[in-house]
Design a protein around this ligand. Structure first.
Ligand code: FER
Length: 250
């Protein structure tokens, strides 16, 4: 199905656990930069949340998957606005007893930002290898493995897979201060990160887990950005953490 976000249609998929009760917590699950809702690690995390009794709403952001908008024109503001629209939709569902956000990489950055803005509406956040360095890299002129003058951002940036990204992506990213969003979120947070992540250095996951007031950090030894080696360690951590939240609230 699709959720309207100011005229852009966002593709989402809602699933409930097989043995669903009348009411249950719901987690919104967001992919990363160039990603989509059918990626192996997104499907595995979805199943891990279902196993913990959560309904899961996978959502594709602007310019990704089957959602509207062109990849070239996507920015973190658009993704953040999309996340807010999906949160509004989730809050309108009467079976939802608690609301969680989970995101991988740039989706994890989006979750951290939305968490700060909607801290009073969200019962917990799951950050999977969160790309929290994007704003800092944009301010240094180092996104996408490119070097550019951060004071004179080019009109077009060439993504590593040959796709093009507007310089506006970097202009937006430069304005974002992740620390403020982290400091604004008092609730429980799970951070999962492979310690051989080639795209997002593991220190960003570590530092976020230290900065949040109420975070648990699960490092996956020897694993990559998309958990090529130990995906089951990620899903075990997600299921265990989600079950623990349920137990805490009961
Ligand atoms: C970058 C490094 C990583 C970047 C984006 C990412 C836009 C995001 C990765 C992901 O979401 O998987 O330089 O620039």
């Amino acid at each position: 199905m699709f959720i309207d976000c100011d005229g852009v249609q966002l593709h989402v998929e809602l699933e409930k656990p097989a043995d669903a009760a009348e009411r249950m917590p719901l987690t919104i699950l967001i992919h990363g930069f160039t990603g989509h809702m059918e990626e192996r690690h997104i499907l595995a995390v979805k199943d891990a949340l279902l196993a913990a009794g959560h309904a899961v709403l996978r959502a594709e952001m602007y310019g990704h998957g089957q959602s509207g908008g062109d990849f070239t024109h996507h920015t973190l503001y658009k993704w953040l606005t999309n996340a807010m629209a999906v949160i509004d939709y989730a809050r309108s569902l009467d079976f939802v007893s608690g609301l969680y956000l989970c995101g991988h990489s740039q989706g994890g950055l989006t979750v951290a930002l939305a968490g700060g803005m909607e801290h009073d509406r969200l019962d917990g956040l799951i950050l999977l290898s969160p790309a929290l360095m994007i704003p800092e890299l944009a301010r240094k002129g180092e996104l996408l493995g490119l070097q550019f003058d951060p004071q004179h951002i080019p009109d077009v940036l060439d993504a590593w897979d040959g796709r093009k990204l507007e310089g506006n992506y970097a202009r937006v990213a430069q304005t974002i201060h992740v620390e403020e969003a982290i400091d604004a979120y008092p609730g429980p947070v799970l951070v999962v990160h492979g310690d051989e992540d080639e795209a997002v250095p593991v220190r960003y996951g570590r530092e976020a887990a230290e900065r949040y007031r109420n975070a648990e950090l699960v490092l996956i030894p020897g694993d990559t950005h998309c958990y090529d080696h130990h995906l089951e360690a990620v899903t075990d951590a997600v299921t265990a953490w989600a079950l623990k939240q349920k137990n805490t609230r009961a």
